[in-house]
Each structure stands twice: as C-alpha cells, then as structure tokens.
Ligand binder design. Sequence first.
Ligand code: HEM
Length: 397
Amino acid sequence: MLQEISALTDPLLYSHGDPHAVWRRLRQESPVSWHEYGEHGGYWAVTTHAEGLEVLTDWERFTSTKGIFLRPNFRDPYPGAGKMMALSDPPRHDQLRRAIMGLFTVRAIAVMEERTRDVVRSALRGVVEAGRCDFVKDIAARIPLAVSAELLSISMDDVEMLAKVTTEAAENSTDLGGVEAQLAHFEILRHYSEIIEEKRRNPGRDLVSALTRAQAEGLDITDDEVILTCDNVIVAANETTRQAVGAGMLALLESPEQWRALRAGELRLKTAAEEFLRWTAPVTHILRTAQRDTELNGVRIREGDAVTVWLPSLNRDEKVFDQPDSFLLDRKSNHHVAFGGGGHFCIGANLARLTIRVMLEELAQLPADIEVCGEPRRIASYILGGLTSLPLEFRPH
Ligand code: HEM
C-alpha cells in the first residue's frame, strides 16, 4: 500500500505535489507508518492528531536529544545534542527554558505590540506606494526579524543583513542544510560572538543577556552554547513566522469571502490568527527517537527508532477538525499543533500570534485592493513549508 505513496522526504512533493493528499491517505490507512529513508534504515511517520501528541508529550518514551528533524545522516551524532534547548530533555531542558522564559510571557510580549504595528504599517505602506511587491520577500521575510530584533539581541543595523542571509538560506536550499544555509548560520554566529561580552557588561531584556545572566548564576552553558542557542532561536523565530504570514496571505486571497469578512471587521482577529497557524503549519515535521521499546496505535516501535510527527497532517485530522480542508477564519474550536505540543511547545508562540494578528488588523484597514499577479512558488522542503515567492499587486482605493 505505502509503496504507491510519494516519499514524504521528497522535496518536490512540497514544491510541486500535493502533500495533503498523501497525508490524508496515511491518516485513513496507516496513522503510524514505516518509510524507508536513505542508507540509514527508515523512520515512522505519525500523521494523526492523538498519536502525534502522544509522541510530543512523552519525552520519557520519545527523546529530542538525537535531533528534531530528519536529515540524510540523521543517525550520526547531532551537534549540540543533549545540550541545546531544542535538543534536550528534562531536567536540562527545563533549566534552559527557565533561563529565557521571562522574555516570552504574554505580558512581556504585549509590550511589543506598538513596535510590531509600526513595523507592519511601514512595510505595508511601502508596498502600497510601489504598487507591487513580492509579499514573501518584501513583507513576510522582513517583519519577524524587525519585530523581534531587540528580544533577539540584534541591532536595527543588522536586521537587514540577517533578514537577507536567512531569506537566501531558505530560498536556495531544499533541506535548509545547504551551503547558503551554512553561510547564513555563519553570519548569525559571528554576530552573536561579537556581542556576547558587551551584553555581559551591559545586560538588557534580551536573549544573550538572559543566557549570560543564567550562566553567571550557575547554569551549565558555555559561551559557544549561548551563541548556538541564539542561532537556533533566530531561525525558529524568523523562518516560521515568515511562512505563516506569507502562506496565510495566499490562502486569504484565494478565499474571497474570508477576505471580505476580514475587511468588513466581522472577524475576531485572535481567532483568525489561529486559523492562519492551523492552515499554514510551517514546521512540516518534528523528529523524536524512541528511548525504549513501546507501542503507538497498536504498532510496535523499537528502542532507537526514528519517529516523525507531521504537523500539517495533524492540523487536518478529520477526527478533530470540522471541514478540515476549509480555511475558516472564524473556526470556533481549533486545537491546532502548529506550535508543537508538550515540553518543547514553541516558546515564541505569543510573539508569533501577536505578529499575525497585527498583520491581519493592518491588512483589514489597508486602503487598497490586493491581487495575486504572478505564480506563487512553494518551498521544496520537508522541514519548512510555505512560499518562496508571492507576487502581489496593490491598487489604492
Ligand atoms: C508561526 C510561527 C512559529 C511556528 C509555527 C513555530 C513552531 C514551533 C514548533 C512546532 C516548535 C516545537 C519543536 C519541537 O517540539 O521540537 C517550536 C519550538 C520553538 N520555537 Fe517556535 N514557532 C514559531 C515562532 C517562533 C518565534 C517567534 C520564536 C522566538 C522568538 C520561536 C522560538 C522557538 C524556540 C526557541 C523553540 C524551542 C523550544 C523548546 O525546545 O523548548 N518560535 N516552534
């Protein structure tokens, strides 16, 4: 049965194919299915909501310490494994998360609303004046970094450069591990290694300061790990939010009734933002590794097996969502998993939600008609879903 199904790790499935058709079939026929992968054996793919959350919420059975994304060489030791926040389990994970959590609470993020609105407004104003834009490059790629610059210890001078290198990395690489991606990381690492001493001397309310403070108070973290943590957070923040905004915009323009309702002020924007997240689910899969022999939906999993959870599939699970294949900005019950689940639930969720909500609010009031004026291009990647290009025309009214 599964032989006919395109490989979930084929990047072309995401740029030119219909991954939702593949996931739908897997949900119906085999929610926990085995897939061959490279020379390293294979992996389990979990495509249903309940089973996916079972994996994500049980680190004692499914560890993050062997890596969180499939890579061709995913059996080789992962740099930072067991040490970095995203790649650790409790108790280490709790310690690292506690060190930076204060920066991401609802209250801490609420303070950023005005700045977010300024960033979104000025980006939109620029493209309305120009009449045309590539929404992904000119808007979606710029906003997340500009919004979170201070939090991520980036000066406004560096925002432009870092936005450019991370965009190039996302565009030119099918697996986010290619040469451009490496160069982008190199730039980001260089940036953080330059500012770490300065933040130690003059701490502020930002990531590097929080980590170096925790280090001074006894947290076991080296300077290199501080720098790598910042690299992880900047990528986690930037590329995902960009895709939720970009791919969500396309869905909006393809649903004239939703677009009309938004502009008429008929929608609750917080609710609409959640549907953007359910629909776009920019993180395509998350990897865990079984720490012992176990069972999942009646399937035997062996210690050491790779277990992947496909978030966009969970977000369309017919057992959980009414009309899962419809984009409904007033969806009442929306238990989407775009931010994952369990202990590693996205720490930046409040900021991502704020960014999308403010974007929706500003779009709703924009004194212009917007139309797609070229072929949108999708990313060829089984890690990050979304668009590399969305040409739009703006006609002021
Ligand atoms: C729409 C935007 C976003 C999406 C869809 C998203 C998605 C996710 C997902 C699925 C995870 C779980 C990974 C796992 O279980 O292994 C995660 C974790 C994480 N996210 Fe986000 N994210 C977004 C925005 C952000 C932002 C804005 C930031 C920071 C400013 C951020 C920082 C992080 C960090 C640091 C982690 C690791 C947390 C941990 O290991 O405890 N993310 N994100």
